[in-house]
Design a protein around this ligand. Structure first.
Ligand SMILES: [Zn+2]
Ligand SMILES: [Zn+2]
Length: 282
């Protein structure tokens, strides 16, 4: 069994540094946060005070790597020039916030082709990422393209989209991949029935060296449902045995962050899901 880092998408109400405090309080090794509201275009610039407070808490808590997730509104693959420009501005601002905070990765959904076709979408996204990379030359933070549940015209629902994007950009070393267990199961990859086969396909297309983050979420609906509804670890269609079988593959890199984005409800929160994963996988 590979050794993992365990973490959660933590809350930042009252200040970004509260995401670090929550992560520390619920026994995480690593965390993911939103640096602005994920359902709004307008983002407030970070104050020097907020950045300083974040850095103090990051040093105190020793959580690492530090990960952000971008806004859901951003679509860098859009065929519409206006949407694309708005998305580029917002995405570059996301990366600037990440860099100011000293974060390692910005997880990003690859976007949707909106009817232009999957190939055209991958070409468009690669061109947008080149623009982003030029605007953020020398940044430490890297973009982690996330696998998706293949809803509608979204890209990232098949592994082949990742090389189609990454192999086209001028600076491919600045891109990594985040695999979401709920999303790939919902997209039709049977990680429960054929875990080795799913990793075979991942290795042959994306490659294990690009895998830097796993979003560990159980799925409410399951194989090929294209629904993207996260469930508590062990309470969805993947189940305890599914996670153990899928995440025991010896090809997985060491110290991979496993981030839960599971529901927070009356009976369970991130603390319980992180503890559950840790118990299953150590
Ligand atoms: Zn995810
Ligand atoms: Zn999801």
């Amino acid at each position: 069994m590979p050794r993992f880092l365990f973490g959660a998408h933590t809350g930042v109400a009252g200040g970004l540094h509260n995401g670090l405090i929550e992560g520390h309080d619920i026994a995480c090794d690593t965390i993911q946060i939103f640096t602005s509201s994920p359902r709004q275009w307008a983002a407030k610039a970070l104050t020097d005070e907020a950045i300083a407070l974040w850095k103090v808490k990051a040093t105190e808590t020793k959580l690492a790597p530090l990960i952000a997730h971008d806004s859901y509104l951003i679509n860098l693959a859009s065929p519409d020039p206006e949407t694309r420009q708005k998305s580029l501005n917002a995405f570059i601002a996301e990366l600037e916030r990440c860099e100011a905070l000293g974060l390692d990765f910005l997880v990003s959904h690859p976007g949707a082709h909106m009817g232009a076709g999957e190939d055209a979408g991958c070409v468009q996204l690669a061109a947008s990422l080149d623009t982003v990379h030029q605007a953020t030359a020398g940044f430490h933070v890297r973009v982690a393209l996330e696998t998706t549940a293949a809803k509608g015209t979204t890209l990232g629902g098949v592994f082949e989209h990742f090389p189609a994007i990454i192999d086209r950009v001028a600076e491919p070393e600045r891109l990594v991949v985040c695999l979401d267990t709920c999303h790939i199961y919902d997209a039709g990859y049977d990680l429960v029935g054929d875990p080795t086969g799913v990793w075979d396909r991942f290795g042959a297309t994306v490659g294990f060296d690009r895998l830097k983050i796993i979003h560990a979420n159980d799925s409410k609906f399951g194989l090929a449902s294209k629904r993207d509804h996260h469930a508590h670890i062990g309470e969805g269609t993947i189940g305890d045995a599914g996670f153990v079988a899928f995440l025991s593959d010896p090809r997985l890199p060491e110290s991979l962050p496993l981030i839960v984005e599971t529901p927070v409800d009356d009976n369970k929160g991130h603390r319980e899901n992180v503890a559950k994963l840790r118990a299953l996988l150590t």
